[in-house]
Design a protein around this ligand. Structure first.
Ligand SMILES: *[C@@H]1O[C@H](CO)[C@@H](O)[C@H](O)[C@H]1NC(C)=O
Ligand SMILES: *[C@@H]1O[C@H](CO)[C@@H](O)[C@H](O)[C@H]1NC(C)=O
Ligand SMILES: *[C@@H]1O[C@H](CO)[C@@H](O)[C@H](O)[C@H]1NC(C)=O
Ligand SMILES: *[C@@H]1O[C@H](CO)[C@@H](O)[C@H](O)[C@H]1NC(C)=O
Ligand SMILES: *[C@@H]1O[C@H](CO)[C@@H](O)[C@H](O)[C@H]1NC(C)=O
Length: 386
């Protein structure tokens, strides 16, 4: 959260530019991750260069084994899309306002990553671009839709990427609420479109934060779990078992309707019970509340990293382990005991944004996903400045 304090002052002090960078997920309660033991000395110091530390999980046969940034045991995934009934579109909320960009183009506040230097505006768009880059490498057939404020200054000219403006309240305080509203609006529109014209091919949706790297094909979620409406990711954390940064929705009209109703319920709980938390974790608390409100829901299943399904108020939900679908560097070392060999999504929460860009740069020059994962595993417990 500290990463935004400078920005915070900036907005309220100077009111020159308004970058909604907190769309990246930064709303994890640090107090809850008992397993997380970041090196004390570095706790408050944010570094401007990568620090490669020891990789967690060494010696465990089902975990990535690394020698420096060299992966010793991960077989590169085949990236096969055989049997996926349809295509996949990633949907993320991202908005940015640079109406006074000239006034803030102050070189002294620039951040250098590799051979590039970024101002505040550039930092946000660089992360968005890297988010897209990873998707296009891991899943070249997929598309990306960016839900954005109609008055946002965002422009993206890339193949397979489109902007989708949705009216709403994108102020800092309302942003996480707005994100759920935008998801609901998007699903509603999709449902209307499907009722008017039945497409030849089905399109599944994965709603994600934009600070993630997709490192493997995710089509198998829909293949391996053929009946779910909504997929969520869970971890072994009592207060926040569900992360809202990854929500998959099957592309059938029934599933889209069920997903919409489910999110409407989450929105209702959010607005009534967790309004005060709306800036930070309200959506995750509301998500957990809705899921746990199901009678006899067995929350002990969050303790094991095994997928399971449950009907929640008529919506068929599959729960996928974060260790594979939402692997996070800081928790990764402790909670997940290293990186599973088949981890598919890496989430650069909080102060790990620099690592996201450095990882992409590393991948661009090595073209080795596995080696890049060693870089992430070894460097992810440090807090960075980006
Ligand atoms: C804001 O930045 C985007 C992307 O660089 C650019 O296309 C747009 O013209 C800019 N808008 C203003 C008002 O400067
Ligand atoms: C719905 O259809 C309109 C008109 O074809 C299109 O512009 C829009 O992108 C579609 N929206 C969704 C969510 O599919
Ligand atoms: C639709 O699916 C068929 C069969 O799976 C495939 O051959 C075709 O390329 C797909 N079309 C589009 C536009 O994705
Ligand atoms: C929310 O915050 C307001 C003002 O800070 C407080 O009066 C109210 O009791 C809080 N509500 C909840 C549910 O905590
Ligand atoms: C900067 O680095 C990237 C990859 O690390 C490379 O693709 C690009 O060409 C470099 N740009 C310059 C100006 O050296």
């Amino acid at each position: 959260m500290k990463i935004f304090s400078g920005w915070h002052r900036f907005v309220f002090g100077l009111a020159l530019i308004f970058l909604l960078t907190h769309l990246f997920s930064v709303r994890e309660l640090h107090t809850n991750s008992k397993m997380e033991e970041p090196p004390r000395k570095q706790l408050n110091k944010k570094l401007n260069h990568l620090v490669l530390g020891p990789a967690a999980g060494q010696g465990l046969s089902n975990r990535l084994q690394c020698q420096g940034t060299k992966a010793l045991n991960r077989i590169h995934s085949s990236n096969s899309r055989s049997g996926v009934d349809g295509s996949i579109t990633f949907v993320t909320v991202f908005t940015i306002y640079n109406s006074s960009l000239n006034d803030v183009d102050d070189k002294s506040s620039n951040t250098v990553v590799g051979n590039a230097s970024y101002n505040k505006f550039g930092r946000s768009t660089a992360l968005l671009n890297v988010f897209i880059n990873f998707i296009q490498v891991a899943m070249p057939q997929s598309k990306v839709i960016i839900l954005t404020d109609p008055v946002s200054d965002l422009s993206v000219l890339r193949n397979g990427v489109s902007l989708y403006p949705i009216e709403g309240e994108y102020s800092r305080d309302k942003l996480m609420l707005q994100r759920i509203r935008s998801y609901i609006t998007f699903l509603e529109t999709r449902l209307q479109n499907l009722s008017q014209k039945k497409p030849k091919n089905i399109t599944h949706y994965i709603f994600t934060d934009s600070d993630i790297a997709v490192v493997d094909d995710l089509g198998q979620i829909f293949r391996d779990h053929p009946n779910f409406h909504v997929a969520l990711t869970f971890r072994n954390n009592k207060a926040q078992p569900l992360n809202s940064g990854f929500i998959a929705v099957r592309g059938t009209p029934e599933a889209i309707l069920r997903a919409k109703l489910f999110l409407q319920e989450v929105l209702k709980v959010y607005s009534t019970k967790y309004r005060n938390a709306s800036r930070m974790l309200g959506d995750q608390l509301a998500l957990a509340w809705v899921v746990k409100s199901k009678p006899h829901f067995d929350a002990s299943r969050f303790g094991k990293a095994l997928a399971f399904s449950e009907d929640i108020g008529g919506t068929s939900v599959v729960f996928l382990p974060c260790s594979l679908y939402n692997w996070t560097p800081p928790e990764g070392a402790g909670q997940f005991h290293g990186m599973p060999l088949d981890a598919k999504v890496v989430h650069f929460k909080g102060s790990r944004k620099r690592l996201m860009l450095e990882s992409w740069n590393f991948y661009s020059s090595s073209l080795e996903v596995s080696d890049m994962l060693c870089l992430i595993l070894g460097s992810g417990r440090t807090k960075y400045d980006f």
